[in-house]
Design a protein around this ligand. Structure first.
Ligand code: IVH
Length: 701
């Protein structure tokens, strides 16, 4: 590249970066994914490295971006809030390159022992500085341009996880070097960390926005950043924000521990949330192992991370390494594949779900995002699609994080082909041709074909066969497609007319698999009333409601004959659910399905419900599980509680009796504290169950 071309490109990149950084940091409304921003940034860095004459002091590579939004008071940081370098190589080599650099800069001999690092997660939220004076939170500020941020104290105060006052006697658990006998909190302690939104809180927030037909948030980070920088603290308070500390700012009157890891331990003992997924590791091998371990865990984490951060653990070594312009030499970010990417929208197809709901699905130019190649992504519903303004041929941003279905979150504003018609919902179901209707004032379009519609029939079969319903092992979507498309099955009960001969006649079906399926069908006949009820796929009847119904009525006939009033007597059944159950059984063909399934041999232990009506130790108690428990999985804890007659609910309300909290417990824990509900850890749960079991034994004759 000639130096003229290089100069032109550098100017172009600077303008682009500045514009996108403003949208990202100041407006909280980015137009391009982070990965794209990083690519532009790195291109500019490379250009400046190759042509040092091009380097200008105002280049985005030379400073921290962002500025104060009108409306917040500026706060000058006592200690600048810096950024960290991002390792360009996302493979294991990135970790090795960092370790090699550190060793070189410390002038360590080749045979010197490995450097010790503190490895932690790189949270994807908004950086804030919390200033505590004599243990009291006096100010919270955003990073801003690194020198001056915005005063967001009022909004940060609404985050339940952020202590308004530090715990005393931090040294009791802080371990080595927390300072001898500091009973009083430090005169000044600035805690730095990230405000973020958990994925479940984010999904719930967007679900609510969707129900109201309002604009959804692109990702948890933008929603969190928007909440923190919301001028009205009352609105900020409605967003269930979380916080993790990862470092310090100004400190006075505190003998800080000699390592980064011990500093975080001390912060944790002060009552400040610190993420448990961190480790002290030795050398490059330790970093590589941490990167791999967290990479494998990434999807299962309750919040988004975009990478991990490595920090030289000893403060003394950190001081020796020092800083270069905007970044410390002792820390680096090592990223994972981006969870958002841009790609082309090639088409929009309609998918018909179990309840007939029509979902527009984006057919994408395949793109690698969040660790897998994605070619389909949901567009949710017509209104959301319209609001985002996406049309075939557009460049769109696709997000895939955790176990959530990939979705199109936005359109990248760009020139689009001269004429592209706006997307319309079909008036007839694309699968069965039945009329498509939208409830008055509703968001969703539905096919009215019911089980006449092959798509709904397939989904109904898959639901009935599901692990949480009657559990027919091996009956997956490919097989269901074959069975329905081949005309072998038209109704649920016909499943049980399948014999080895019929099944093995299917294409690509080995005799062994056919025999397995027939055996699985036999096995599934022996079920429970709750599983059966859930399997019927009645709208609004989830697993928990099905269990309540089974427990309350004890027999399918009593459920089928129950009036709306009788249904309303069931725990947690409201008018919408009661009406839905009633309407389901008012339809003769649904009752017929039940009769035919019974005739086919489906059965469950008699008196299943009655057995359960005997008062149990936790009868009438509602518990909520949150966070990760040390030994029990969620399903195990739930099973234990239910076996003792208790009920597990999804959200905390005044009706909750206990909240069982593990690590990384989020907004549910805050809510519990707010409402003064008893919070138990795993041991507490066992104690409760134990106490319950003991009183049960006493009660027994
Ligand atoms: S340390 C001087 N640790 O990533 C070092 N930063 O550019 C200061 N971040 O916006 C940063 N997780 O908010 C550090 N475990 C972590 C982090 C972390 C997320 C964010 C931080 C900043 C950016 C660093």
């Amino acid at each position: 590249m000639s130096s003229n071309d290089a100069a032109r490109r550098a100017a172009e990149l600077r303008a682009l970066l500045q514009q996108h950084a403003h949208r990202y940091y100041v407006l909280d409304a980015p137009e391009i994914p982070d990965a794209e921003y990083d690519r532009l940034f790195q291109e500019l860095q490379a250009l400046e490295a190759a042509h040092p004459a091009l380097l200008t002091p105002d280049s985005p590579t030379q400073r921290v971006l962002g500025q104060v939004l009108a409306g917040f008071m500026p706060v000058r940081h006592a200690v600048p809030m810096l950024s960290i370098r991002t390792e360009t190589d996302i493979s294991a080599a990135g970790a090795e390159a960092f370790d090699a650099r550190v060793r070189r800069e410390l002038a360590l001999a080749a045979d010197a022992p490995p450097v010790e690092y503190a490895a932690e997660l790189k949270f994807d939220g908004l950086a804030v500085n919390l200033r505590y004076e004599h243990g009291v939170l006096v100010q919270a500020a955003t990073r801003g341009d690194g020198e001056t941020g915005e005063d967001v104290t009022q909004n940060i105060r609404t985050i339940g996880q952020v202590p308004l006052r530090l715990f005393a006697r931090a040294q009791a658990t802080a371990g080595e070097g927390a300072g001898p006998g500091v009973d009083r909190p430090p005169a000044v302690l600035e805690v730095r960390g990230e405000v973020y939104l958990r994925r479940d809180d984010f999904e719930r927030m967007n679900e609510r926005q969707r129900e109201k037909g309002e604009k959804t948030f692109v990702n948890p980070r933008n929603a969190a950043a928007g909440a923190v920088r919301q001028l009205d603290p009352a609105i900020a308070a409605q967003r269930p924000l979380s916080f993790f500390a990862y470092g310090l700012g100004e400190v006075q009157g505190w003998d800080r521990p000699p390592t980064h890891s011990a500093t975080l331990d001390a912060l944790s003992a002060f009552g400040v949330p610190v993420c448990a997924d961190r480790a002290v590791v030795q050398g490059a091998a330790g970093l590589v192992a941490f990167h791999a371990e967290m990479g494998a865990k990434r999807d299962a984490l309750p919040f988004d991370i975009d990478g991990v951060v490595y920090k030289v653990n000893a403060l003394e070594l950190q001081e020796r390494l020092g800083f270069v312009t905007r970044e410390p030499r002792w820390a680096v970010a090592h990223k994972y594949p981006a969870q958002e990417q841009t790609t082309r929208l090639n088409g929009i197809e309609i998918q018909v779900g179990r309840t007939g709901k029509l979902t527009p699905v984006a057919k994408l130019e395949p793109v690698f995002v969040g660790g897998t190649t994605v070619s389909n992504a949901t567009l949710h519903n017509l209104f959301e699609l319209r609001r985002k303004g996406v049309r075939v041929g557009d460049t769109v941003i696709v997000r895939r994080a955790g176990d959530v279905i990939p979705e199109v979150v936005a359109r990248v504003p760009a020139i689009r082909p001269a004429y592209v018609p706006n997307f319309r919902m079909p008036r007839a179901c694309p699968v069965c041709g039945s009329a498509v209707l939208r409830e008055r004032g509703g968001i969703d379009h539905r096919c009215t074909g019911g089980l006449f519609c092959a798509a709904q029939r397939k989904q109904a079969l898959l639901h009935f066969a599901g692990r949480r319903a009657v559990d027919i092992e091996g009956l997956g979507d490919k097989l269901v497609d074959q069975l329905v498309d081949g005309g072998l099955i038209r109704t649920l009960p016909e499943l049980y007319t399948l014999g080895i001969a019929k099944v093995s006649a299917l294409e690509r079906m080995a005799d062994k698999s056919a025999a397995n399926l027939v055996a699985a069908l036999q096995k599934s006949k022996h079920t429970t009333l709750a599983r059966f009820l859930y399997g019927l796929g009645i709208r609004h009847v989830g697993e928990a409601t099905a269990k309540d119904l089974a427990r309350h009525f004890g027999s399918i006939d009593r459920v089928m004959d129950a009036s709306v009033e009788q249904l309303l007597e069931v725990n947690d059944v409201g008018p919408v659910v009661a009406q839905s159950i009633r309407s389901f059984f008012d339809q003769a063909h649904n009752r017929e399905v039940v009769e035919q399934l019974r005739a086919a041999g489906i059965h469950w232990p008699e008196h299943e419900g009655e057995a359960d009506t005997r008062p149990k130790p936790l009868s009438g108690r509602t518990l909520v599980l949150t966070g990760t428990l040390p030994a029990l999985s969620r399903d195990e804890a739930k099973a234990l509680i239910e076996a003792a007659g208790g009920k597990v609910a999804g959200s905390v309300s005044k009706k909750t009796d206990y909240v069982v909290a593990g690590t990384e417990a989020g907004s549910k824990l805050d809510k519990a504290r707010e409402l003064g509900i008893t919070v138990l850890d795993e041991a507490g749960l066992h104690a409760l169950l134990g106490a319950a079991a003991a009183s049960d034994e006493e009660a027994a004759p």
